[in-house]
Design a protein around this ligand. Structure first.
Ligand code: F3S
Length: 649
């Protein structure tokens, strides 16, 4: 039997385990990336390993999330990140240089390589035929130290693309359609691999948009083959000599095949407040729009900007709409200027924002109170825009541009896209911005002389305490389904500058659901959280495990988890428990006292199910610890740092 593209890459990087769905495997990581919101902790942890240099082929530290400098805190973090990068042989992308995934695609991504990133949208690299996986910062620190990345071998689901996109339908509509069908839980334990004749009609940046938002499916990653289109993309960026062809074997087997016919696909839109609440645009046209934002790591490429420019060329944005653009990188911005695209956008009335995450993470450009915002982003969780009662829709750049002109949700198929400007420009090759904003590593002898800058905002990373054998825990919070890492550990202008200061940032844990959570947690010392399905969906931020750990959360008991958050809980020594019967969720109320006994033997013997006692209601609840053997050893050691220090791998 032949291999899929994903299997070929995994096979070439397999260090331990069997390539059978559901088995524990360990793979070698070629490249890593971090962003600033997760990077400071990752580098503090890397430093504690005592190495002289990263052990990967290439590691990059990006500053893109928190680029605003309202006071000294962010700048302290940026200087720490820059000096750590210089000290340990890491590339450094300065604030304003661009969004990590867009810059990585342009500058570093390569077919056939593995990439581990401390950001959940790392799978963007799958557009180039990479196996690119999002993980917690601690896992990335281990990979930088030369350690393997451990995961459960996912099932490989094939997405068969036929036909060709028509009119103003775009790559974003493909992934929105997949989200409509598969939902935000549909991709757990899955790699989505795209194949079929439709692939050849999609550019690398279109493929990257699809892989980027595959993260919203809960997937391990998504990827495309590497073909002539991939070669052209690399050629245009003077990297054609690094190209490698990579196709699935003709007799490769997929666990399941999803058919999408691009000929008949229509513009789609995700309604508030979930990326899978998808409907075709034509069904909801006419809804008035207050704000339009083009950008984020999903849709901020030159082609995205060109599509918008083509629609708004010679016209002016509706006066009721506030419209902004965050170009994916300074290279994109420079190219848009040279191709005449930037001028069209400016003349139409778009505000040009910095090349950074910005509005995607509630950092500037929030909608008006109760406003409707159309965004080309990947997430529309309540409050993420920076405005608690805003209603955010997710759509393609084409749909966003149409709404910007008309002031209401509009089917973009009534506009014609003309790529002549872009095509002429691309033929001449992309000029990579050479402005000192991307700093290469220095030689090891020089690097050893560099002093790492630690301002007062850089506090040591607290260590977890090993789980006791038996413990009684109050249920300090009971939540519903689809709790996101934004709900657990919000981002935004007030919170992000504290990401290197766990005692302070922990005061924001669960503030959206319970503003006094941190005070109550401090009072009780140790506690458990109870939740519903898909707990911890959304971003990879490990602060959503680290800060609760600091506050004394010893266990979480839910119906199901999002992959990265579950791994982060394990890494910080928090027991990720699951109800065996989801109906038992109703047998626990907030403030109930739960007794957990014989935890050490549970972790050591590998038995997965056990009973906990609800002392308040005098009843027994059966739960499961559904983790692999290595995760059990990590939990027994009290977390990944103590586990690694004690020689675990
Ligand atoms: Fe940044 Fe938003 Fe992507 S925070 S990395 S643009 S999901």
């Amino acid at each position: 039997m032949g291999f899929t593209v994903a299997e070929k890459i995994i096979k070439a990087h397999l260090i331990d385990g069997q390539m059978e769905t559901g088995s524990e495997i360990a793979i070698k990581i070629d490249q890593t990336l971090t962003q600033d919101a997760t990077g400071t902790m990752a580098y503090l942890q890397f430093e504690s390993m005592g190495l002289d240099r990263v052990q990967t082929e290439l590691s990059v530290s990006y500053v893109d999330h928190n680029t605003l400098q309202e006071d000294w805190k962010n700048m302290d973090d940026h200087r720490y990140l820059q000096s750590v990068a210089a000290r340990y042989g890491i590339w450094f992308s300065r604030p304003g240089n661009g969004i990590c995934h867009q810059v990585h695609l342009e500058r570093f991504g390569l077919p056939g390589k593995t990439l581990l990133g401390s950001d959940s949208h790392t799978p963007t690299g799958g557009g180039l035929g990479m196996l690119a996986i999002g993980a917690g910062g601690l896992d990335v620190a281990v990979a930088m130290g030369g350690g393997a990345f451990h995961l459960i071998m996912p099932k490989i689901v094939g997405v068969h693309l036929t036909g060709r996109l028509k009119g103003s339908t775009s790559a974003k509509d493909i992934i929105l359609e997949l989200l409509r069908r598969e939902t935000v839980k549909g991709g757990v334990g899955t790699i989505y691999e795209y194949f079929g004749e439709g692939v050849a009609s999609l550019s690398v940046t279109q493929r990257a948009t699809i892989c980027n938002m595959g993260a919203e499916l809960g997937a391990t990653t998504s990827l495309f083959p590497s073909d002539e289109i991939t070669k052209q993309f690399l050629d245009m960026r003077s990297r054609g000599n690094q190209w490698l062809p990579l196709q699935a074997d003709p007799d490769a087997q997929y666990a399941r095949i999803i058919e999408i016919n691009l000929d008949t696909l229509q513009p789609m839109i995700a309604q508030p407040h979930s990326p899978d609440n998808v409907i075709d645009v034509a069904s909801i046209t006419g809804i008035p729009v207050d704000q339009v934002v083009i950008g984020s790591c999903t849709n901020s490429s030159l082609e995205d900007l060109a599509a918008v420019a083509s629609i708004v060329k010679g016209k002016v944005i509706d006066p009721r709409v506030s419209a902004g653009i965050t170009p994916g990188s300074r290279t994109t911005l420079l190219a848009a200027e040279k191709a005449g695209i930037l001028g069209e956008l400016i003349r139409a009335g778009f505000r040009i924002l910095e090349s950074a995450c910005g509005p995607c993470i509630g950092m500037g450009f929030a909608p008006k109170s109760g406003g409707i915002s159309l965004r080309t982003f990947n997430r529309n969780f309540e409050g993420r825009s920076g405005t608690a009662d805003a209603r955010v829709y997710l759509c393609s750049p084409e749909t966003a541009a149409a709404a910007a002109l008309t002031g209401q949700i509009t089917n973009p198929n009534q506009f014609t896209i003309d790529h002549t400007n872009l095509d002429t420009y691309l033929l001449a090759g992309i000029e990579l911005a050479d402005d000192g904003m991307l700093i290469p590593p220095v030689a090891i002898e020089e690097a050893k002389k560099i002093t790492i800058e630690r301002g007062p905002n850089i506090k040591p990373c607290p260590s977890p305490e090993p789980i006791p054998d038996s413990i009684q825990l109050p249920v300090l919070l009971k939540t519903g389904d689809n709790i996101s890492t934004d709900d657990i550990m919000p981002a935004g202008a007030k919170v992000l500058p504290l990401r290197s200061n766990i005692p302070e940032i922990s005061k924001f844990v669960f503030t959206r659901l319970d503003p006094d959570f941190w005070k109550r947690a401090k009072e009780v010392g140790s506690c458990i959280i109870v939740g519903g399905n898909n707990y911890g969906q959304g971003s990879s931020r490990e602060h959503a495990a680290l800060a609760p750990m600091y506050l004394g959360v010893k266990a979480v008991l839910v119906k199901s988890y999002a992959r990265i958050h579950k791994a982060n809980l394990v890494n910080y020594g928090i027991l990720p428990l699951i109800f065996i019967d989801p109906e038992d969720y109703h047998k626990i109320d907030q403030n109930d006292q739960l007794e957990l006994a014989h935890l050490h033997s549970l972790l050591e013997t590998g038995s997965s199910s056990f009973e906990i006692f609800n002392k308040t209601k005098n009843l027994i609840i059966r739960v499961k610890l559904d983790v692999d053997d290595r995760s059990r050893r990590i939990l027994r050691a009290g977390g990944l740092v103590p586990y690694t220090r004690s020689g675990g791998n």
